[in-house]
Write a protein that binds this ligand. Structure first.
Ligand code: TNX
Length: 541
């Protein structure tokens, strides 16, 4: 026992004798992995006596300052005095330095830890925010009551590979409470994900208050029951009504909460398909005039919005007008996926439209529909993004494509010089199984384990360097047909979203799955502390 006590000391002297330095060159446990991180011998000791300083308007960056100070007080019980303004670093402090002239990339940061203290520098608040996330992950993974903590001496230079680092959530198949959306955004921020694709309307529920059309939520946000078991085989229903929606006040809170965390919320208002909830509320929107019912099972429905009636476009423009007021995002998602053309083929008004506009067929009618919506959005200074079906019948002139049926749509769009978000079902669908279905809760199907997501490369080989520039990034999609609760959503999303975060942030050449798993084990301590119901399946192997 006696000897053991001296062991570390002996080892230390041995290392010094041999010229080895304790933590020099040791990797940092940051996810997503930084572009460059060098560690040096030694640690900076942070205690309640360590000042936290910042050189910008507190109002602007209060959240990032508090993210750091709250972490210290909650996770390690290190209660410092309040952070204070200072134009310069003082010795032994943590200095958050906003510097418009800093030589760092957009959203990037530079972090230096040495015996003088910690300096985190960025030219934008987003960079400082991401730097704080990294700094936190350089601290001990174990929570507890600490007198002080040690942060390894290091120089980290970091910035994202892609500008669209997306995570989606379908709140229509199952409604998720506002408080959960906040938590979802918190974890996105921890992983430096910056685009929340909020899927708000569907066959099974309309989830956003639109003042001009109150029936959308009075009628469209409720379904009388829900299919039990797998949609492909089941005929059983639960007999329990399901509903819920976000008021415009809720939406404002969500958008603000996200913005403080440097997350853009991109709303999706589905058209012309996946729209039964809207049709049930306002039956004139459909080709036959109904009656329609909010869907109680999953799938693709033949009743879609009528492309022949002017009133459909009037409705959609009015809805979007309110949506644009609530969401400042550059892109607005209009869906566009899985729209059967059966009703349009039989509808005299749709056929008339095809004739009047000189269109070839119903695919071109869909294209006409999307192009009209694009003109509206462009006239309001916004851009349209839609699922890859919007390529069929001709892409609207400025539209961006979200490629989900594999990568072909994304490749085609990039070749046509349109922006693209890659989200192929093969790698980016977090509603798929992550392990053997026999041991997992019921899911839609597929098989997308952690290592498969980690292996994803968003830029296809078949694109030239110029074409590759149209790939804005990638996104994980979370369709909730089989996720009734927020706990279940968390189980499906994490840690797979951590793998995706590294795909969209870290340099391709820096990625290694084995080493990612090591870092993930440390990050999982934080997941536990913050009560995230993540899947442990990869740690049990
Ligand atoms: C296809 S992805 C859909 C969704 C479903 C999902 C299930 C996409 C654009 N449409 O409506 O929920 O498959 O994986």
């Amino acid at each position: 026992m006696k000897y053991l006590k001296f062991m570390p000391l002996c080892l230390f002297s041995l290392f010094s004798l041999l010229g080895c330095k304790a933590n020099e060159g040791e990797p940092l446990d940051i996810i997503p992995k930084p572009v460059s991180a060098k560690t040096f011998e030694g640690f900076f000791t942070l205690s309640s006596a360590t000042p936290v300083l910042y050189n910008f308007d507190f109002e602007m960056g209060s959240l990032l300052i508090e993210t750091l100070t709250n972490h210290l007080s909650d996770y390690y019980k290190i209660e410092g005095s309040a952070a204070t303004y200072s134009a310069k670093q003082s010795k032994g402090s943590v200095f958050l330095k906003l510097n418009p002239d800093a030589k760092v990339h957009n959203e990037g940061y530079k972090l230096k830890v040495n015996k003088r203290g910690v300096v985190l520098e960025a030219k934008e608040l987003s960079g400082l925010f991401y730097g704080v996330q990294s700094l936190i992950q350089m601290m001990p993974a174990e929570s507890g009551a600490y007198e002080s903590i040690e942060i390894p001496f290091a120089v980290v230079e970091d910035y994202p590979r892609f500008s669209w680092r997306g995570l989606h959530l379908d709140v229509c198949r199952h409604f998720m409470p506002k408080e959960f959306i906040f938590k979802y955004l918190d974890f996105m921020a921890m992983h430096k994900l910056n685009t929340f694709h909020f899927h708000l309307t569907e066959d099974q529920g309309w989830r956003i208050e639109i003042k001009k059309y109150p029936l959308l939520t009075e009628v469209g946000s409720k379904r009388k029951e829900t299919i039990v078991g797998h949609g492909r085989s089941s005929k059983e229903y639960d007999g329990t009504p399901h509903g819920g929606f976000y008021t415009q006040e809720d939406i404002k809170e969500i958008v603000k909460y996200a913005a403080e965390r440097h997350i853009t919320v991109v709303p999706e208002i589905e058209m012309p398909g996946h729209a039964l909830a809207a049709l049930a509320s306002y039956p004139h929107l459909g080709c036959t005039g109904g009656p329609y019912e909010v869907a109680t099972k999953w799938g693709v429905f033949h009743d879609v919005m009528c492309a022949g009636k002017e009133s459909t476009f009037e409705f959609l423009e009015n809805v979007l007008a309110e949506v644009l007021e609530l969401f400042p995002s550059e892109y607005i998602h209009i869906g566009g996926d899985e729209c059967p053309k059966t009703k349009w083929k039989e509808c005299p008004l749709c056929q008339q439209r095809i004739k009047d506009e000189g269109l070839k067929d119903e695919h071109e009618l869909q294209s006409y529909f999307i192009q009209r919506m694009e003109r509206y959005l462009n006239s309001k200074g916004r851009k349209l993004i839609g699922w890859d079906e919007i390529l069929e019948g001709g892409l609207a002139p400025n539209a961006a494509v979200m490629s989900w049926r594999g990568e072909a749509g994304g490749i085609e769009a990039a070749k046509q010089k349109h922006n693209v978000v890659m989200s192929p079902g093969s790698h980016c669908y977090l509603d798929h199984y992550q392990a053997d279905p026999k041991t997992e809760p019921l899911a839609i199907g597929g098989f997308t384990p952690l290592d498969k997501i980690y292996s994803y490369e968003p830029v296809p080989d078949s694109l030239s360097v110029e074409e590759s520039a149209y790939i804005m990034g990638a996104q994980g999609n979370v369709w909730t047909e089989y996720m009734k609760t927020s706990d279940h959503v968390e189980y499906m999303v994490y840690p797979r979203a951590a793998a995706l975060a590294e795909v969209v942030w870290s340099p391709k050449a820096e990625r290694s799955y084995a080493e990612f798993l090591d870092r993930l084990r440390k990050l999982a301590r934080r997941y536990e502390y913050y009560g995230l119901n993540y899947s442990r399946v990869e740690f049990m192997k």
